[in-house]
Design a protein. Structure first.
Length: 530
């Protein structure tokens, strides 16, 4: 048996013996209980035929909104940043997996000219060469065995961290789609309010002309045209503010779509109406939040990541075992040897064997590190439960806002009709001299107010429904089968760095990641490309 064969067999035997006694320290993660109601308080008010939450914006039947959501998904820059964090987490998982294998594998070599001091201890110049050339080539390897599960827990933590980064991306996508829809509805609301202000300005201008003509004819005092002009100018003063709000909404949409501010004329196709919400909506049951909300899943995975770090910290309390080995060629041109003798069999040297180290007398530092990790875990478990409660509140708030605004809009719709009729009647009676101009003034002020309020509330109805869909966690499913960053950005990254298959869209999970079952050795994701 050659020395190298003997070394390999002994290392393999020692590794098998060590791993046969391995254990995994630290707790296996368990998802805490979440306190949720069985139904929503106002569910009966909106529950009917089901709509898919995956593309909830489609329920408004607005092609412009559909296009805005798609462009934002493709081009939004903060979403791209969230996608890049996933690739970072994938690479970190690869590092953690690599720690399970021999950690130190180095090929080394050197050519050194040595001159010994004649005053060195025990140096005898008569029997030694004080000047010589030394050369060596070798391979060093060291393998810390995962005796206590230190590296397995590290893989578990990195695995959960990758899942959390994907859930964070999905949460960013949910927020993005909701924000695009909210800003779009605000834009259409401002446009309708602007049209109302302009239409009322036209009506009030006609009323002013009527009052002015009657004043010039001596039928009324100067008070009538003065009041009419005051109302007209007051209404006209709202136009610049609404124009500014329209401009700001378009700017916001531009940024959400990852482009400089512009008027979006080609995308918006001019002014439009506020989208109409469906008459019936299905919000499911509160337990669905645990499955659909990416932020809840992220909080759960962050706790799972931290749980594994307790095992990593606890392993430092115990001795570390490893295997070390070195084999190489060493030669010096002393005595009868020359530099060319490096590759002869007599130049072969090796060393191997087990190693152990144990941090003792640490004065509680290691124990307190375990306590630090445990406290962080408990905080993340509380944060998970808080995330569930906040999600439930957001859904309840969204439903309440939607239902309340919808009921209010019903009353305001009738109020607008009555106010318009009042204006028509007041103008007819004023022309005939049956009423004074104060009656006309009051009815026109009321009409402008209720029309503007009705339009604003119609926008609130849609925004309430959008907030409900956002709280339900809908919208992230659109990224299934797609990459987390744009193809152009992927191309630049591949030109700069060898990413293997980590950027491929085939590795994108179609479902929200979940922690593995308690005590499971199965990771969430396949091993990344090395």
């Amino acid at each position: 048996m050659t020395p190298s064969e003997f070394t390999a067999r002994n290392l393999l035997g020692a590794a098998c013996l060590a791993f046969s006694a391995c254990t995994t320290l630290g707790p296996d993660f368990e998802t805490p209980e979440a306190d949720l109601s069985e139904t929503w308080k106002k569910q009966s008010a909106i529950l009917a035929t089901a709509h898919e939450t995956e593309t909830w914006w489609a329920v408004f039947n607005d092609p412009v909104l559909d296009q805005l959501v798609e462009l934002s998904y493709q081009q939004n820059l903060p979403l791209q940043v969230a996608g890049l964090r996933i690739f970072e987490a994938r690479a970190q998982l690869g590092i953690a997996i690599g720690q399970q294998y021999p950690q130190d594998q180095q090929v080394n070599g050197a050519l050194t000219r040595v001159g010994l001091s004649k005053n060195s201890p025990n140096f005898n110049g008569a029997f030694a060469d004080d000047t010589f050339t030394q050369s060596n080539i070798g391979l060093d390897a060291a393998w810390e065995l995962d005796f206590w599960g230190r590296f397995r827990r590290g893989v578990e933590s990195a695995d959960a961290n990758l899942g959390a980064s994907i859930a964070d991306y999905d949460n960013a996508l949910v927020s993005l789609t909701a924000e695009v829809a909210r800003v779009y509805v605000s834009l259409r609301t401002f446009e309708e309010r602007l049209a109302i202000a302009r239409d009322n300005s036209v009506t009030q201008r006609r009323s002013y002309k009527i009052a002015d003509v009657r004043f010039r004819n001596g039928a009324v005092s100067e008070l009538d045209p003065s009041q009419a002009l005051s109302l007209l100018k007051s209404t006209q003063s709202t136009v610049p503010l609404l124009v500014s709000q329209v401009r700001q909404a378009k700017n916001a949409l531009s940024i959400l779509m990852g482009m400089p501010p512009n008027d979006l004329r080609e995308i918006l196709h001019g002014e439009g109406k506020i989208p109409e919400p469906p008459a019936q909506v299905n919000v499911g049951v509160p337990a669905d939040l645990l499955r659909r909300r990416p932020d809840i899943r992220s909080a759960e995975l962050q706790a799972a990541r931290q749980s594994a770090l307790i095992g990593v910290a606890r392993s430092d309390l115990y001795p570390r075992f490893g295997l070390v080995g070195s084999i190489g060629l060493l030669n010096g041109d002393t005595g009868s040897n020359g530099n060319s003798d490096l590759f002869k069999s007599d130049s072969v040297g090796y060393s191997y064997g087990p190693s152990a180290s144990w941090q003792i007398l640490n004065y509680g530092r290691l124990k307190n590190q375990v306590r630090v990790q445990d406290a962080r875990l408990e905080a993340l478990l509380v944060n998970y439960q808080d995330s569930v409660l906040r999600a439930a509140r957001e859904v309840e708030d969204g439903i309440s806002a939607f239902v309340g605004a919808r009921e209010q809009s019903g009353y305001l719709k009738d109020s607008v009709k009555a106010a318009q009729r009042s204006v028509d009647l007041a103008l007819v009676q004023y022309r005939e001299g049956a009423v004074d101009y104060q009656r006309v003034l009051d009815t026109q002020q009321t009409l402008l107010l209720v029309q503007d309020t009705y339009t604003s509330v119609r926008g609130d109805v849609v925004r309430g429904l959008i907030a409900t869909y956002r709280a339900l966690g809908g919208g992230w499913e659109m990224r299934a089968g797609q990459s987390f960053v744009s193809p152009d950005r992927q191309g630049r990254m591949k030109d700069r760095t060898d990413w293997g298959h980590l950027l491929d869209s085939e590795s994108v999970p179609e479902e929200l990641p979940v922690p593995p079952p308690t005590g499971s050795e199965q990771p969430l994701f396949n091993s990344p490309d090395w």
